[in-house]
Design a protein. Structure first.
Length: 283
């Protein structure tokens, strides 16, 4: 039989390197690590861009703050404050209590000291007249006499409307006793002394020529001490206050404590209220 008639088996064709259908474990891990590294690089680039933006914003904020500080240095903020009910303003931040007394009340610092009466910044500068402090906006001060609180039996029983206005300007809500237009009363939270924080009712009989003449002592409700005509403050010179008791009800006492030195004082309701403050401070 001829070889031509035989079908020779075909030789396999050359197909190049053999390709595996799947990847090995190490190769899969390497591909995963590459993708993860690319993602970390993209994330880091984003963080860098955000960081640059934050840095720019912080630099602008710093520049603005420095400009504001420079502006404040050349143009200080005006501070508003009051002394004995009178309003003042200043650009000076550091003061001593004695400087405030001399500058704004004109009183003798040897016979007076300063208190701050703002409910949020109460301070007593007695004995600290030459110690500087920082004045804050809307501070409120009263000048207190160091003289004794004398005992007297006298009292004035006529009133004027300006005392009501002065009390209102200090944040009080005064009322006039029915049938007694010269008898003024108002709620008062004791700011200092052993009765600090106690809510009382105060009464004042206002002279017709106020502020030329100061009121006498204060009328107080409720009672704090037994009646005593003689003696010294705080327990002496105390009597029943029949007028206020009859007009308003409740128990009232009169504390005979006139303001000494009124002729040389700054005549204002706030000045008289500094006297009231001292009466409670010295209990």
């Amino acid at each position: 039989m001829s070889d031509a008639n035989q079908e020779d088996p075909q030789e396999p064709l050359e197909a190049g390197p053999k390709v595996h259908e799947g990847c090995g474990h190490d190769e899969v891990k390497a591909l995963h690590d590459i993708e993860e590294a690319k993602a970390d690089i993209d994330k880091a680039k984003d963080e860098i861009q955000h960081g640059i933006k934050d840095l720019d914003a912080a630099e602008h904020k710093l520049e603005a703050a420095e400009e504001e500080l420079e502006e404040a240095h050349h143009h200080p903020k005006i501070i508003h404050f009051s002394v004995d009910g009178e309003d003042y303003e200043t650009e000076q931040r550091k003061w001593t209590p004695n400087e405030i007394i001399r500058e704004f009340s004109g009183l003798d610092v040897a016979m007076h000291y300063l208190i701050e009466t703002d409910p949020h910044h109460q301070a007593n500068f007695q004995g600290k007249g030459d110690v500087p402090f920082e004045l804050h906006d809307h501070a409120s001060f009263q000048v207190i006499s160091v003289g004794p609180a004398p005992v007297s039996d006298g009292s004035a029983k006529t009133g004027v409307a300006c005392f009501l206005a002065g009390l209102a300007s200090l944040g009080h809500r005064p009322t006039v006793a029915p049938g007694k237009p010269e008898h003024v009363s108002f709620d008062y939270e004791v700011p200092t002394g052993k009765f600090a924080g106690r809510l009382v009712r105060l009464g004042v009989v206002v002279p017709q020529d106020f502020p030329l003449t100061a009121p006498g002592g204060i009328h107080v409700s409720p009672r704090f001490y037994p009646n005593q005509s003689g003696g010294t403050h705080p327990t002496g010179g105390i009597h029943d206050s029949a007028d206020f008791q009859n007009a308003l009800g409740g128990e009232w006492q009169y504390w005979s404590r006139p303001y000494t030195g009124w002729s040389t004082a700054k005549k204002a309701v706030a000045t008289y209220m500094s006297h009231v403050w001292k009466l409670w401070d010295t209990q």
